[in-house]
Write a protein that binds this ligand. Structure first.
Ligand SMILES: [Zn+2]
Length: 79
């Protein structure tokens, strides 16, 4: 006889998955509430607050990311 508590039955896949999915949903809801999206003043795209814009690379009126360089890298990798 084992000295520790042992489950009587194996838990079904459905039951484990259901528990996981409710947990996943809760976490996702929390994260979506936490992330604030604002309109970019330069291009009008949605960007995260206190983050540089991914489409134009601007942050508080100055260029922070080199968007063109990124594109070149991607094209080089594909070729
Ligand atoms: Zn932008």
């Amino acid at each position: 006889m084992p000295k520790h508590p042992v489950p009587k039955q194996k838990q079904s896949k459905t039951r484990s998955k259901r528990r996981y999915h409710t947990f996943e949903g809760r976490v996702r809801k929390k994260l979506t509430n936490r992330i604030q999206l604002v309109k970019c003043s330069q291009c009008g795209e949605k960007r995260r607050i206190h983050h540089a814009c991914a489409s134009c690379g601007m942050y508080r009126g100055r260029q922070v990311l080199n968007v063109d360089k990124k594109m070149q890298k991607i094209t080089k990798m594909q070729a």
